[in-house]
Ligand binder design. Structure first.
Ligand SMILES: [Zn+2]
Length: 304
């Protein structure tokens, strides 16, 4: 089955979040986005044949960094053990996991992801630079794990495996793919600078509405929910979302959600921004029309 693969690029100047260009619609985009788009299309297309994807390959590449132990040597026979003793012999004790291994394991567990990478896939610079220190990687992995856990706590019916590969990098904007086939996600590692926020504040004051859903003080979490929405955006979700869009045109999203929601290919960013807005812990239900809230809470997050 053909799976669509989308590129998330970062074309906005203020950099609130990402913008999405579908790889197969030949949309005119800037050269950087086009080049990255072509790269991603080439590298993330599932192989024909045995179904191996680039993500499997990446997994293999990651494993190379941690070589498997050598095969057991036949010439060293095991020490004979009396049957009674063998029956009660304890299983081999695993070594105490390192802090980074513990953080990785926790992030996998809480996100439901198959892979955790600390370096963006080759040539995918927009997914963020490697975090230099191990303590920094552990800190960001822990933040991401807690963000997944917090969403699951509030929305227990949320899909179990929205993200296939979590990329723990010093991303400036966050990035995510829609519907994979094996969706990946990275998020902002820190908030905007005071100067960035001053510019956004000025824009919002002069326009009387939000530039983006992200807010000062919760920006990383807000960005996480935006990117998570992209991971949850399967083709079926997007098709159904189109029906919602048809009832509330993009200008409506621009006025009621954010400027960013009405940018670029619209329906993807409109959905991600609306998702991030509605899933804020302080969000007041019924602030947006029922058809919109039902789509976010019921269709995407499984509320009954
Ligand atoms: Zn986005």
């Amino acid at each position: 089955m053909r799976r669509e693969q989308f590129l998330v690029s970062s074309s906005n100047r203020v950099g609130q979040s990402d913008a999405i260009q579908p790889s197969r619609h030949g949309l005119e985009a800037n050269a950087e986005a086009s080049a990255a788009n072509a790269s991603w299309t080439a590298t993330t297309r599932p192989d024909t044949g045995d179904g191996t994807t680039v993500w499997n390959w990446l997994n293999g590449a990651e494993l190379k960094a941690q070589p498997l132990p050598p095969p057991a040597e036949k010439q060293s026979p095991p020490t004979p053990v009396a049957p009674a003793a063998a029956k009660h012999a304890p299983s081999p004790q695993p070594l105490n996991p390192s802090p980074i291994d513990s953080a990785t394991s926790d992030l996998k567990s809480k996100s439901g992801a198959t892979n955790v990478l600390y370096k963006a896939p080759h040539s995918a610079k927009k997914f963020g630079a490697q975090i230099k220190s191990e303590s920094g990687r552990i800190a960001h992995a822990t933040v991401m794990a807690n963000l997944y856990a917090e969403m699951r706590q509030r929305f227990p019916n949320m899909p179990a495996n929205p993200t296939h590969t979590v990329i723990v990098t010093a991303s400036k904007r966050g990035a995510a793919t829609l519907d994979g086939p094996t969706p990946f996600l990275s998020i902002k590692a820190k908030e905007f600078t005071a100067a960035d926020w001053t510019a956004i504040d000025a824009w919002e004051t002069s326009h009387g509405r939000r530039w983006g859903v992200e807010r000062r003080g919760t920006q990383v979490a807000d960005n996480f929910r935006h990117e998570l929405a992209h991971n949850l955006s399967t083709p079926e979700i997007i098709r159904e979302w189109d029906a919602v869009i048809s009832q509330h045109n993009l200008e409506w999203f621009r006025q009621n959600v954010s400027e960013y929601a009405a940018r670029d290919l619209k329906r993807y960013e409109a959905l991600a921004e609306t998702f991030s807005l509605c899933t804020r812990a302080e969000y007041q239900r019924n602030a947006l029309p029922k058809v919109v809230e039902d789509f976010i809470f019921k269709r995407m997050l499984g509320e009954t």
